[in-house]
Design a protein around this ligand. Structure first.
Ligand code: BES
Ligand code: ZN
Length: 584
């Protein structure tokens, strides 16, 4: 017996799930899904089948003939949830679990009409990565086991249900509608995804449309109109797109991430709607996951960098192809700052700043940081620099081709690199990236003309002339490069000249507010308070609650804001802010 994934009860001696049939009725009144999940197993074998669950109420477990199977639901363990052990009989190939979810299901956020753009209908969405699928469906919740699925969601007739899957039809019966979806490509369970709300769609290209509440649809369609050229650029770099469609769903502001690469239907925060396409690299990132992550998948959260480091690398290649090297380098410089910040943040847990992590007893949401993204990016850049771009591009294509629809460990990655690019790992000292803390001394440094110009401005307040051709990325970088201890007077001058507290670009705004709060620039406070009530994206909540918590009075304010706003946030974001406030 071996449990290969520290975040799952799955035991590799037990049969694996081949496919899932999932039926759920969405009940906004009780905030529950009343559901039935049928797991079809690859092989039959008598004995225990251990499934992951969290906060599920199990009603019954039956086999393919409808005969009850004995089961035991263990008390919940921290992080993992409750093991559901089903006793299979000889020949059992199908297990059906009837259950309902908890109103507190960690993957789900139930929004009241007031929390939506339209204000009239409720909204529900899932966020399963890394280990929240088990709060929605009892299954083997490890990316080592991929499943195909069919799903039927029953919703009230005024609402639309969408899934990260192929649409298979909608039937209306009385006041209800049944929406059917099919996912023919096998996916890791963390990519199971759905949303229910008052949704409308607009076509963006032959393979893409954008979904959103009608009130935001036009803005979203304009912001994301270049998605088809992104798709084509990505295919030129990484090979054919395997998922048929690449649709986008613009989420309500409480969506806890910038984007989530749900297959065929990327979920995006509405904070990307800056009006000038300046934040669409997030779309490039989620698109890139169609290869790195969704096709070639980390074997567990301990190898998360294989998903995110590769995807940041791929994202910047797409950005370079569409917007030029200078823009990609600006993003790399921002990434470098984020990495320095993250290594500082984890100074008490340096082992979490190695790419290959050891996470037994550690919640993946707690271990989450920019390290797998940006240190992973640097390792791949170092390898590219070492062997040259043509050789590295060839390697990338072979890497993707060789591991399609498979899960991979860091150790399998290094073995593959050693075979394909002999000596390259040693040349870049890959061990320093993979197994040692911090930023390796010889790591690639982003360089470009625009960056040169930015560097010269360090240490002074820019003039109108300096900033006349700045994009939001330059503003953000200037702010993030401000040294610790920059005086309040500098913030006052900057705000008088450039009105940064009023910025409409969420990245610039949050960089500004976090720095200004730390410097004690009071006008930032009001904007921060309002913003924390509007947006639930963790990338913004964490630095802002963190900056507030730096002083004793700020701590009191942060706590009272959180008490006021917590119920607007997704359960995952609530837990993240909670842990910041408890630490502070
Ligand atoms: N897959 C991630 C989001 C995620 C990671 C969800 C871990 C749950 C657990 C997604 O692809 C992502 O990385 N989003 C980034 C944007 C990106 C441009 C770096 C984000 O949300 O900020
Ligand atoms: Zn990602």
């Amino acid at each position: 017996m071996a449990r290969l994934d520290p975040h799952s009860y799955n035991d590799d001696t037990q049969p694996e799930t081949e496919s899932l049939t999932w039926k759920a009725r969405v009940d906004f009144n009780t905030r529950r899904l009343h559901a039935e999940a049928t797991l079809s197993l690859k092989e039959s074998s008598a004995g225990p089948l251990d499934l992951d669950t969290r906060d599920l109420e199990i009603r019954a477990v039956v086999d393919g003939e409808g005969k009850p199977l004995p089961f035991l639901l263990s008390p919940p363990e921290p992080i993992l949830g409750s093991r559901l052990r089903v006793e299979l009989k000889p020949g059992t190939k199908q297990v059906t679990v009837r259950y309902r979810t908890s109103p507190q299901a960690s993957a789900l956020q139930w929004l009241t009409p007031a929390q939506t753009a339209g204000g009239e209908y409720p909204y529900l969405f899932s966020q399963c990565q890394a280990i929240h699928a088990r709060s929605v469906v009892p299954l083997q919740d490890t990316p080592r086991i991929r499943i195909r699925y069919r799903a039927e969601l029953t919703v009230s007739k005024e609402l639309k249900a969408v899934m990260g899957a192929g649409f298979a039809g909608r039937e209306e019966q009385g006041v209800e509608a049944v929406e059917r979806y099919e996912m023919p490509q096998p996916i890791p369970p963390y990519l199971l995804a759905f949303a229910v709300g008052r949704l409308a769609a607009k076509e963006l290209g032959p393979r893409s449309r954008v979904w959103a509440e009608p009130e935001v649809l036009e803005r979203a369609a304009e912001e994301f109109e270049d998605v088809d050229s992104m798709l084509r650029a990505a295919e030129a770099l990484f090979g054919t797109y395997d998922w048929e469609r690449f649709d986008l769903l613009t989420m309500p502001p409480s969506f806890p991430y910038g984007g989530m690469e749900n297959p065929r239907l990327t979920f995006l925060t509405p904070t990307l709607l800056a009006g000038d396409k300046s934040l669409v690299s997030v779309v490039a990132h989620e698109l890139a996951h169609s290869w790195t992550g969704n096709l070639v998948t980390n074997a567990s959260a301990e190898h998360f960098w294989l998903n995110e480091g590769f995807t940041v690398f791929a994202e910047r290649r797409i950005v370079e192809a569409l917007y030029g090297t200078d823009v990609a380098m600006l993003h790399a410089a921002l990434g470098r700052r984020a990495l320095e910040e993250a290594t500082h943040h984890f100074r008490a847990h340096p082992q979490l700043t190695a790419l290959r992590t050891h996470l037994t007893g550690v919640d993946p949401d707690e271990a989450f940081s920019q390290v797998p993204y940006e240190k992973g990016y640097l390792l791949l850049r170092a390898l590219e620099d070492a062997v040259g771009r043509p050789a590295f591009d060839g390697f990338l294509k072979r890497y993707l081709e060789a591991h399609r629809f498979q899960a991979l460990t860091t150790e399998q990655f290094t073995a593959f690199v050693e075979k394909e690019l002999p000596g390259a790992l040693a040349k870049v000292d890959a061990d320093a990236y993979l197994n040692k803390p911090g930023i390796p001394a010889g790591a690639p440094v982003p360089r470009s003309e625009r960056l040169e110009r930015m560097t010269k401005l360090k240490g002074r307040v820019p003039t109108a002339e300096d900033v006349k051709d700045w994009t939001p990325a330059e503003w953000q970088l200037y702010i993030e490069w401000l040294p610790k201890g920059t005086s309040r007077d500098v913030f006052r001058q900057m705000d008088e000249r450039f009105h940064l507290t009023k910025s409409q670009n969420s990245e610039v705004l949050v960089a500004w507010l976090a720095a200004a709060l730390k410097a004690g620039w009071e006008p930032a406070l009001g904007r921060t308070e309002a913003f924390l009530g509007e947006v639930g994206r963790m990338k913004y909540l964490k630095p802002l609650y963190g900056a507030l918590s730096a002083t004793p009075e700020g701590k009191v304010l942060a706590r009272s804001l959180f008490n006021r706003y917590a119920e607007r946030y997704h359960p995952i974001a609530q837990a993240a802010v909670e842990s910041i406030l408890n630490r502070a």
